[in-house]
Design a protein around this ligand. Structure first.
Ligand SMILES: N[C@@H](CCC(=O)N[C@@H](CS)C(=O)NCC(=O)O)C(=O)O
Ligand SMILES: [Fe+2]
Length: 293
């Protein structure tokens, strides 16, 4: 029998991100997945509105946070993992290939002091590694393609697929960031679609095509039947061609250069300088060939 966690989604309309609290109702233990730390690039302000909403939910329901999980180093928002660890004491985790993403971006940022060894997280998951949320068994699938380090958390009958498959009417994630690969993404998607048909899939973003209300939950069966990129372009070659053509048209996420330097450091903001203020650093002309939008 596959156990069913209670899943609550928290949609962030600023970044179209979906954050999750995954609860084992029997033990009231939970995992938080992909929490967002708010940032406004125009003013440079940071805030913890999204993360505090999650903390309120956890407190009101008397839940015990067992894990703070990220699916990949995000390119469009800051991770609130560090903030939530400080608030709850729960361990942070990500996939072990994060070290490859650290090495890549350490070069791009010319950041010799960054330890590219994953030591910024409490736990680095290996491919196929198992753990528990309360009494519910969980397993890690490596799902690279969108990033080198992307993973899927399968927790009971629910898979947190983040930026692989979006909702069926929206398609799939882009594969053109440094370290991205459309053919690899196709393989990762096939692995997710080989889970049982009734597996609940929870996506990491919803860009609300056509202005519809935000949605985040589907099933393997629905994705196989209706995903606009997968059902219409079923072979690897067709998918890769469509994915690469679309990626050429997409401007970089507006926060990619802001976010990666926070997220490859486990969600830590830069240390304050002598005046007590924190500063970001931007490489110029590093993402050659990127679409200007
Ligand atoms: N306009 C958004 C784009 C964000 C973006 O590129 N999202 C990635 C996931 S991190 C993606 O796969 N997007 C697919 C798409 O836009 O079609 C931003 O600037 O933040
Ligand atoms: Fe992403």
């Amino acid at each position: 029998m596959t156990l069913k966690p209670d899943v609550t989604a928290f949609f962030d309309p600023r970044t179209f991100s979906v954050q999750y609290v995954v609860v084992d109702p029997a033990t009231r233990k939970c995992a938080i997945i992909d929490p967002v730390l708010d940032f406004d690039e125009k003013s440079g302000l940071t805030a913890t509105t999204n993360a505090d909403r999650i903390l309120d939910f956890v407190r009101e329901r008397g839940l015990n946070v067992e894990w703070i999980l990220d699916t990949h180093p995000h390119a469009d928002h800051f991770s609130a993992a560090r903030y939530l660890k400080a608030k709850t004491g729960a361990p942070t985790a990500i996939g072990e290939r994060v070290v490859d993403v650290q090495k890549l971006w350490k070069g791009i940022y010319n950041w010799p002091e960054l330890a590219a060894d994953g030591s910024q997280w409490d736990k680095l998951f290996a491919e196929g590694e198992t753990f528990h949320v309360g009494a519910i068994p969980a397993k890690v699938l490596f799902s690279p393609g969108h990033t080198l380090a992307s993973i899927t958390y399968v927790i009971g009958d629910a898979a947190f697929v983040h930026d692989t498959l979006f909702m069926p009417d929206s398609g799939t994630a882009r594969a053109d960031f440094p370290g991205g690969n459309a053919a690899r993404l196709w393989k990762s998607i096939q692995e997710i679609l080989s889970l049982p048909d009734e597996t609940r899939l929870f996506t990491g973003h919803d860009y609300q095509p056509g202005g519809r209300e935000p949605k985040w939950e589907s099933t393997v069966a629905e994705q196989k039947a209706r995903n606009t990129h997968i059902s219409k372009f079923p072979t690897e070659a067709e998918f890769v061609a469509v994915r690469q053509a679309r990626d050429k048209t997409l401007p970089m996420p507006k926060l990619i250069l802001h976010a990666l330097q926070i997220n490859i450091n486990g969600g830590r903001l830069p240390e304050p300088e002598a005046n007590g203020k924190r500063y970001l650093k931007f490489p110029l002309d590093a993402l050659e060939g990127a679409n200007w939008g």
